[in-house]
Design a binder for this molecule. Structure first.
Ligand code: NAD
Ligand code: MG
Ligand code: MG
Ligand code: MG
Ligand code: MG
Length: 332
């Protein structure tokens, strides 16, 4: 059974007694920095000279210094720069400014799990990973709510690393919703698997294949778009509220019967065997190695895939249709 922690289990004064550096001011960085500040924590943001995010952070009342200065000032350093550049930022700006007793924090375990960053023994190594996009983390905090977080300690040099991590999670509203204890290994491997096999990869591939099947059979792309992409949100909302059961309660009996008999033909034993292969490549480091190589090569394949999908009939049809639905926000 998972260990769960709420507001009463976390002591905010621990993080309020530390100096926190938030490196990066993107999706997660802005949410952590602003919410910690609003929770009474001493925060500085670390961004390179000339970074576009600098003005935004300053406008929002935060003090911005370089990543090296922030790391030198602080005794808790949260690394919220993109995963593929964390090792470089660590070597150049963090490592030279790490002292025994400092704590190194992450929002995702990638660099620790795959040994791209190897912190010294005298430093606490913790993770506070909100299970939601950064903009929601911030919005929920402002509304007095929170996004659930998962928290892990990889290295407990101080003997108090977990209490420190829980305190940090409280500072961004995480313990309002609930915090689950995990490990860097479990978080990294399940996060990568989930986004590849189900949430991003699996869902996009399913939508595309369904759309293509209908269009290739001569149906109108607009009809195929509504059926295979637009309606997915309504279905997922029901699953989110009440699991598969609530979704099946809401759809017609005909849809429910079709779900039982056809779903397992689409996602079948072969699909699951492929999922196991994907998980294996995550666990043995193959995915991480290939991704870092792709990133360092300047993202040639990444850009190719991105371009191909942006020109796909599913996307061009959707763009046109969403423009006509004023309540659907195409910007966010
Ligand atoms: P992002 O791409 O939104 O933002 C990255 C930020 O880092 C930007 O402000 C950028 O200006 C800054 N940056 C780039 N180079 C820098 C450098 N050399 N020094 C300092 N700052 C630099 O990133 P993100 O999506 O917020 O991801 C940050 C971390 O949070 C990652 O580890 C990611 O896996 C994790 N995470 C993200 C989400 C999410 O909602 N996006 C959810 C959970 C965990
Ligand atoms: Mg320091
Ligand atoms: Mg992820
Ligand atoms: Mg229907
Ligand atoms: Mg129906």
């Amino acid at each position: 059974m998972a260990e769960l922690f709420y507001d009463d289990d976390a002591d905010l004064s621990i993080i309020q007694g530390r100096k926190v550096a938030v490196l990066g001011y993107g999706s997660q960085g802005h949410a952590h920095a602003l919410s910690l500040r609003d929770s009474g924590v001493d925060v500085r943001v670390g961004l390179p000279e000339g970074s576009k995010s600098r003005v935004k952070a300053e406008e929002q009342g935060l003090r911005v210094v370089t990543p090296a200065e922030a790391s030198a000032e602080a005794d808790v350093i949260m690394v919220l720069v993109p995963d593929p550049i964390q090792a470089k930022v660590y070597a150049e700006s963090i490592a030279p400014n790490l002292k025994d007793g400092d704590a190194l924090f992450f929002g995702h375990g990638f660099n620790i799990r795959f040994d791209l960053i190897e912190p010294p023994a005298g430093v606490d190594v913790c993770m506070v990973a909100p299970k939601g996009p950064g903009h929601l983390v911030r919005r929920q905090y402002e509304e007095g709510r929170g996004v659930p977080c998962i928290v892990a300690v990889e290295q407990d040099a101080s003997g108090n690393a977990f209490a420190l991590a829980l305190s940090y999670a409280k500072g961004i509203g995480g313990t309002r919703a609930g915090v689950i204890k995990t490990t860097f290994t479990e978080e990294t491997e399940t996060d990568l698997f989930g986004e590849q096999a189900v949430l991003c990869g699996g869902a996009s591939a399913l939508v595309k294949a369904g759309f293509e099947t209908l269009v290739e059979a001569g149906y109108q792309p607009e009809i195929a778009y509504f059926e295979c992409l637009h309606e997915l949100k309504l279905i997922v909302d029901l699953m989110y509220e009440g699991g598969l059961e609530k979704m099946r309660w809401s759809v017609s009996e005909t849809a429910e019967w079709g779900d039982y008999v056809s779903g397992p033909r689409v996602v079948n034993d072969q699909t699951k065997a492929e999922m196991k292969k994907i998980l294996g490549e995550i666990q043995d480091g193959t995915f991480a190695k290939n991704w870092i190589n792709e990133y360092n090569a300047g993202l040639p394949k990444y850009n190719e895939y991105k371009k191909a999908d942006s020109e796909h009939l599913l996307e061009t049809t959707g763009k046109k249709l969403r423009k006509l639905m004023s309540w659907v926000d195409d910007e966010a």
